[in-house]
Design a protein around this ligand. Structure first.
Ligand code: ATP
Length: 245
């Protein structure tokens, strides 16, 4: 479970995240959507323990990401938009290294062949990470997230640059993880994907939450796509956050 309470993150004079509160329950896929500069990546990076929140609290499975980082991170996987990988390890070495870091060598041993097969990386297992294409790096990052038994999964634009078969496989992977009880957040600009895949939607703009709930609630009985509703709700509220007073 991921619990975010009144999260604020400022960069010098920009209030990039301005009081976000939400909870992601086990077995739930939630879409984090918003215009460019809305604060999605900043919020994700705070949840992943990469950025220190200015104020507010973030708990991963009940463990505070600032006060109890090791425990919190043991249940967390974060796949950034541009995965940062160890370029001079081979695919197999890298997967094993991640498992060693998280103490899940048993998962590596039992799942490595299946995971590399599933993402069509078996033939690349002895190749350096530096030689992988952009899409292969994305798929490999998802495999890394799955090798350490995380149950809070954060994906920042996970489907960009991946071929159609890969997109279908990764979407299926999200559904599998959901079925296993994971709490999943996907930040995306692909609103048709969010519409089909997500149980709930969070709409942020200028660092603030404009809506959270199911698509049905957002529709309020209207016949409308998520794209139409998104444009309606964010109209006049786009752009960078206001500078701090
Ligand atoms: P996009 O959809 O374009 O990826 P986003 O919703 O992920 O955008 P963020 O990257 O979180 O938005 O940026 C939110 C705000 O914080 C923007 O105004 C951005 O310019 C600012 N910002 C982000 N990173 C920094 C930084 N390191 N230093 C200063 N300002 C930053």
């Amino acid at each position: 479970m991921l619990e975010v309470s009144n999260l604020v993150k400022t960069y010098k004079d920009v209030r990039a995240v301005d009081g976000l509160s939400f909870t992601i329950h086990p077995g739930e896929i939630v879409g984090l959507i918003g215009p460019n500069g809305a604060g999605k990546t900043t919020a994700m990076r705070c949840c992943a323990g990469i950025l220190r929140p200015t104020s507010g609290s973030i708990k991963i499975n009940g463990h505070d990401i600032v006060g109890n980082q090791a425990q919190a991170k043991s249940g967390l996987a974060y796949v950034p938009e541009v995965p940062s990988l160890y370029e001079l390890l081979t695919v197999d070495e890298h997967l094993k290294f991640i498992a060693m870091c998280y103490g899940t060598l048993d998962v590596y041993e039992s799942r490595k062949d299946e995971l590399l097969d599933r993402y069509h990386l078996s033939e690349k297992r002895g190749d350096l990470i530096a030689t992988l294409s952009k899409g292969m790096r994305q798929k490999f990052s998802v495999a890394c997230a799955l090798v350490h038994r995380a149950n809070v999964l954060l994906f920042d634009e996970p489907l960009i640059g991946i071929d159609p078969a890969g997109v279908a496989e990764i979407k299926q992977e999200f559904l599998n993880a959901k079925g296993e009880g994971a709490s999943i957040v996907i930040s995306t600009h692909l609103l048709d994907t969010a519409e089909r895949l997500c149980d709930r939607i969070l709409i942020v703009s200028r660092g603030r939450l404009l809506f959270q709930g199911t698509l049905d609630t957002l529709r309020g009985g209207k016949e409308a796509t998520l794209e139409q509703l998104f444009l309606e709700i964010t109209e006049g509220d786009q752009g960078a956050p206001p500078p701090m007073a």
